[in-house]
Write a protein that binds this ligand. Structure first.
Ligand code: ATP
Ligand code: SKM
Length: 297
């Protein structure tokens, strides 16, 4: 039986259209829905039969129908300038033959833009977008990571996260936004290294600002009931980053916002748009893959 999941994927790698707005011509990510057959999905994600992970009976259909990814490229409109879109499309075309269908895993701290940039990359590469946090929520049958931490434990969440990454590692042509802490378990690297890993390296003050702008309720490791939210988030992000930076550095490619800003002749990372960051990610992926090919030859 065929079951569809709420994944929308581009018909072609350059599946963006142009839209005239008051601010000029913008490209919009707007793509047709595709159907994924149940037999192409990892068994665990389809059936979710492990009672440890379920707080109640969850039918196969219920697990499949809601998107098992954060909204993929196309379900929300991504706006970028016509120039940015052309550069992105060109770079994606350059990278695709080297990628050869391998998945791209984005790693980085909470709020580093894995979801935002990941959706753009999926769009231009013609890949599907998945968010590992969302897949864990689906597998467990609980609708938020914060609640999974609260009702079970962080360890329970991490076990499920590893299983999700293992399942994804047998698939192709995906961009995966991983959870911020996925890098801490070596086993997860063995799954992610089946594809290409890209670290979005964002200064901690920019992260704290982004996160406090949207609130910390959905991010259990940062949530504090009292105190200045920016200062608390900044302090916690700093201690997490100190524990994790060597793990992030395992990634095949590093996209440093400070580095992009300095190439542009300034030091303000806040003006870097997600599409500029996505373009840099493609450049870094290309360098990594072409260097690897040269070494092989
Ligand atoms: N380049 C950018 N400039 C400014 N804000 C951004 C940028 N990229 C993402 N954001 C904002 O930062 C917040 C976090 O982004 P996003 O959800 O993509 O990060 P994430 O790495 O997936 O986070 P998490 O791992 O916590 O789910 C969002 O509010 C998003 O709109
Ligand atoms: O940085 C982390 O440890 C986390 C990041 C989020 O994506 C979630 O995976 C969860 O809140 C833990």
């Amino acid at each position: 039986m065929e079951a569809s999941v709420g994944i929308r994927a581009p018909r072609r790698a350059w599946g963006v259209g142009f839209e005239k707005t008051q601010r000029g011509a913008y490209c919009t990510g707007s793509v047709p829905a595709v159907r994924f057959t149940a037999d192409k999905l990892p068994q665990r994600l389809v059936l979710g039969t492990d009672p440890r992970r379920s707080t109640g009976p969850v039918t196969r259909a219920a697990r499949l129908r809601p998107s098992c990814c954060k909204k993929s490229a196309g379900t929300e409109k991504v706006h970028y300038s016509a120039d940015e879109a052309l550069i992105l499309q060109q770079k994606a075309q350059d990278v695709l033959p080297y990628l050869d269908g391998r998945c791209v895993y984005l790693v980085g701290m909470m709020g580093s833009g894995k979801t935002t940039v990941g959706k753009i990359l999926a769009e231009v590469l013609g890949y599907s977008f998945f968010d590992s946090d969302k897949l864990v929520e689906k597998a467990v049958g609980i609708s938020s990571v914060a609640e999974i931490f609260q009702l079970h434990s962080e360890a329970f969440f991490r076990d499920n996260e590893s299983e999700v990454l293992r399942d994804l590692s047998s698939m192709h042509r995906l961009v995966v936004a991983t959870g911020g802490g996925a890098v801490i378990r070596p086993i997860n690297w063995s799954y992610m290294k089946k594809g290409l890993t890209v670290w979005l390296d964002v200064p901690l003050d920019a992260l704290a600002r982004r996160i406090t702008a949207v609130g910390t309720a959905s991010r259990p490791l940062l949530h504090q009931e009292s105190g200045d939210p920016y200062a608390k988030a900044y302090a916690k992000l700093t201690s997490l980053f100190e524990q994790r930076m060597d793990s992030y550095a395992n990634a095949d490619a590093r996209v440093s916002l400070e580095h992009i800003a300095s190439k542009q002749g300034h030091n303000d990372v806040t003006i870097l748009t997600p599409s500029i960051i996505a373009t840099e990610a493609l450049l870094k992926i290309e360098s990594f893959l072409t260097e690897k090919t040269m070494v092989r030859n």
